[in-house]
Write a protein that binds this ligand. Structure first.
Ligand code: SF4
Ligand code: SF4
Length: 127
């Protein structure tokens, strides 16, 4: 899948500067993502950078454009053909492999625990 930008985008431009693949540009109405360049940040980061920085969470996975990690990594190598050999696939550079070592996962774990604590003992029993 590549990411996509929803119509809620208010054109702040933050995501464009963060994309390692140069896949985001200003469109007619909103910023847009080029699916031919988007790698879901595979090969670069374990979290999609546009989604990470968008203040209103309107950079999302495109459910109609599913792609495998292998395809996305190959694209990353093409996008950075000059330094393709330096790209590494692993937990720090692919959301497909990101695990509990990553900060995002750790924060999600803390969030789940806070939710469970707020909801009381019954939620812990069923979690
Ligand atoms: S997911 Fe990554 S590569 Fe794709 S548009 Fe967003 S920042 Fe760029
Ligand atoms: S960060 Fe979000 S609101 Fe800002 S330009 Fe990108 S998609 Fe639009």
């Amino acid at each position: 899948m590549s990411n996509m930008i929803t119509e809620q985008c208010f054109n702040c431009g933050v995501c464009e500067r963060m994309c390692p693949a140069g896949g985001i540009s200003r469109g007619e109405e909103t910023f847009v993502i080029d699916p031919a360049r988007c790698t879901e940040c595979v090969g670069f980061h374990h979290v999609q950078q546009c989604a990470r920085v968008c203040p209103i969470d309107c950079c999302v996975i495109d459910p109609n454009n599913a792609e495998t990690e292998a395809v996305l990594f190959e694209r990353a190598q093409g996008v950075h053909s000059g330094s393709a050999g330096a790209l590494v696939l692993g937990p720090e550079t692919s959301h497909f492999q990101a695990d509990d070592r990553t900060l995002g996962s750790a924060l999600k774990r803390v969030g789940r625990r806070i939710n469970q604590a707020l909801q009381g003992p019954s939620s812990r029993a069923s979690a």
